[in-house]
Design a binder for this molecule. Structure first.
Ligand SMILES: *Cc1c(COP(=O)(O)O)cnc(C)c1O
Length: 244
């Protein structure tokens, strides 16, 4: 597909997603600007991410450091003035921390104290090397199904992990992220996440973000207080069977 056609396709998809977000906000009595849209560009080329920035998308998400680092650099080359905010939304191995802090403004998938320590150390090193001058925004990924395979911190351990994160000095705790459990009612899961967010804010009033909702469940997430929806398929199209 040529660039003009692809841009038109992305524009139409974006308009549809925007309409869904706006309708869900209206139905929930919330303001549209309470909900951030992160376009998840994983498996799609940097040219698509660049076109999304042309269409006004500010937040881009990726789930693998190996793919995201080069893509973020490519987008910066294609659109030097766009300065999108990159979010890591997938599982992160500690040995990738140094690389992640070179491209990500926010890590949404923090789920252990050891990973927090690795990220904080990487931020410190990047600041010393003048690769970045800001702390790293992080969300703690909460597990809503207690399935260790899918990542996330058990709800009962959130308070301790939050305390640990704030003591690293280099990480700014912005809130919680979660993926709805497979095969269960997403509304009930998002409600549990909202409660966990309320408890977190008793001790960490700035940790106000709740990242929840994807292409198929963003309405339920917004109903239950999401401040950040992460949308891939509905914006960019299907990723095919081989892709995560
Ligand atoms: C891929 C991904 C998304 C986007 O999912 P879609 O169903 O394509 O909208 C959101 N969050 C995470 C953590 C992802 O890995």
């Amino acid at each position: 597909m040529n660039t003009v056609d692809r841009k038109a396709e992305l524009a139409a998809n974006l308009a549809e997603v925007e309409a869904r977000i706006a309708a869900a906000c209206r139905a929930a009595g919330r303001a549209r600007d309470e909900v951030k849209l992160v376009a998840v560009t994983k498996t799609f080329p940097a040219s698509d991410a660049a076109l999304l920035t042309d269409l006004g998308v500010v937040h881009l998400g990726e789930n693998r450091d190996q793919e995201a680092g080069p893509k973020a650099a490519e987008v910066a080359g294609l659109r030097p003035d766009a300065a999108p905010h990159w979010h890591l939304v997938g599982r992160l191995q500690r040995n990738k921390a140094r690389s992640v802090v070179e491209w990500a403004q926010e890590v949404q998938s923090l789920d252990s104290a050891r990973l927090a320590d690795a990220l904080a150390k990487a931020v410190r090193a990047a600041r010393d090397a003048q690769i970045r001058d800001e702390p790293l925004d992080v969300l703690i990924q909460a597990s809503l199904d207690d399935d260790p395979e899918r990542g996330g911190c058990p709800l009962g351990e959130l308070a301790a992990l939050a305390e640990h994160v704030t003591h690293t000095g280099e990480l700014r705790l912005r809130g919680l992220m979660a993926v709805a459990p497979l095969g269960a009612d997403p509304a009930a899961a998002f409600e549990r996440l909202a409660r966990a967010g309320e408890r977190l804010r008793e001790d960490h009033p700035n940790a106000a973000d709740v990242s929840a909702g994807m292409s198929h469940d963003l309405e339920q997430a917004i109903t239950h207080g999401s401040t950040c929806v992460r949308v891939g398929t509905a914006l960019l199209g299907g990723r095919g069977l081989a892709s995560p």
